[in-house]
Design a protein around this ligand. Sequence first.
Ligand code: PLP
Length: 202
Amino acid sequence: MPVAVETREATGFDLDPDRLRAAVTPRTKLIVLNSPNNPTGAVFSRAALEAVARLAVERGLWVVADECYESLTFEGRHVSVASLGPEIKARTIVVNTCSKAYAMTGWRIGYAAGARELIRAMTDVQSQVTSNPSSIAQWAAVEALSGPQDEVRQDGRRVRPPAPADHRRAQRAPRRVVRDAEGRLLRLRERLGALRPDVGAG
Ligand SMILES: Cc1ncc(COP(=O)(O)O)c(C=O)c1O
């Protein structure tokens, strides 16, 4: 039974470690983290991630870290919770997709990194219970991930924070909250034609 831990605009939608701690019960098995976040665009602070790491290690919880927007940040560098020490690394499964950094939306291909035994078990379940990505998508992903990464780095420079006017307009749009400093989701979505700031909700 998933329990959502709310984040607040007043704190830039950063993860609040106290709220997270309060949501953990003896039945909790894992924490799903998404930073940079969709839809808020927030990049969780290092302090918040350190608090997650402490909590997970202390309570013996797994962390699934969805880092699919890791290469699309305006400023600073994305920090993976798994990089914060060997104990939390052992408890973290990083999940990612080729959809964002490599503009492969629709190819239905992603990947996970974590403890060998866990990945082996996931592979067993995946291959028997769910459908598998096509070999074409798998080879395209190998090429994307192992090929030159210049385009990914340039992407970071090409995609600019929304201009203040765009940002104000987006803020007024119903059901949408867009931050101007950290995530690039707004511009990325505009660029991909998936969503314009003056059109609907994401
Ligand atoms: C945070 C987050 N994780 C995962 C995904 C999944 O991407 P895909 O199904 O294209 O691999 C998305 C897609 O928008 C996302 O925003």
